[in-house]
Design a protein around this ligand. Structure first.
Ligand SMILES: Nc1ncnc2c1ncn2[C@@H]1O[C@H](COP(=O)(O)OP(=O)(O)O)[C@@H](O)[C@H]1O
Ligand SMILES: [Mg+2]
Length: 224
């Protein structure tokens, strides 16, 4: 599903250039449940952003579902991203002034799907994360763990095959963390490919493969 070859990423500002990812080679197959770990600043989010087609300013090769990202224009990249990838972030990134179900509907508003169908899909996504009784709550009326479940519902509403989560439990207590990781496990059992960036040993236990980054280099890649 993901093939990365000789990937290098350098951030360049006016006078400094920072070589953040160094000759990364990585294959991730459909159905894997992968953790990317390593200390702060090791390049985890940078790698995640490239995998998520949010950043195509890199050297090397990246293909997602056999599509070479560097051959696509921005419009095709957005299309690929919207249809194939669900994102979950540490800070949830929900819109604060709209309800849970409206947040989950958002990724569908730019598609041809009818309003009625949008509501059905959004409800079903919220139900699958156990929030069918909270659909009309605003983010500030929900706990952190519940908000992250709304964010997961939003990430899966388009039925993407790949879910990318950057420190998804970083703002949560350990009970919510378990809930979130159990949801990812369930999604993985349903066939979704999941890549989680995390610092947390408890989170690592849920993942089947662990990739450790250090200073932009993969120093360990082990599968249980
Ligand atoms: N947009 C950017 N411009 C310049 N440097 C950046 C940018 N984003 C991240 N960096 C730097 O790249 C390195 C790796 O960052 P990041 O991928 O966010 O690491 P991690 O997620 O592992 O903490 C850090 O030194 C960070 O300061
Ligand atoms: Mg990061």
């Amino acid at each position: 599903m993901i093939v990365i070859k000789d990937l290098n990423k350098t951030y360049k500002n006016e006078n400094i250039s920072l070589h953040v990812l160094k000759n990364i080679n990585l294959h991730i197959n459909k159905g894997e449940f992968v953790a990317i770990t390593g200390s702060s600043g090791s390049g985890k989010s940078t790698l995640m952003n490239i995998m998520g087609c949010l950043d195509s300013n890199f050297n090397g090769f990246y293909s997602l579902n056999n599509i070479n990202i560097l051959n696509l224009d921005d419009k095709k990249i957005s299309f690929l991203r919207n249809n194939n990838i669900g994102f979950v972030f540490q800070s949830f990134n929900l819109l604060k002034n709209i309800t849970a179900i409206k947040n989950v509907e958002l990724p569908l508003t730019y598609t041809k799907i009818s309003k009625k169908e949008r509501i059905i899909k959004a409800f079903s996504a919220l139900k699958s994360v156990g929030l069918e009784e909270r659909i009309n709550h605003l983010p500030n009326q929900l706990s952190g763990g519940q908000n992250q479940r709304v964010a997961i519902a939003r990430a899966i509403v388009n039925d993407p095959d790949l879910i990318l989560a950057d420190e998804p439990t970083g703002n949560l207590d350990s009970v919510s963390e378990d809930e979130i990781m159990n949801i990812f496990s369930k999604l993985n059992k349903m066939g979704k490919t999941i890549v989680v960036v995390t610092h947390n040993e408890e989170v690592l236990k849920f993942c089947k493969r662990k990739i450790i980054l250090k200073d932009g280099i993969i120093i360990k890649d082990e599968t249980r």
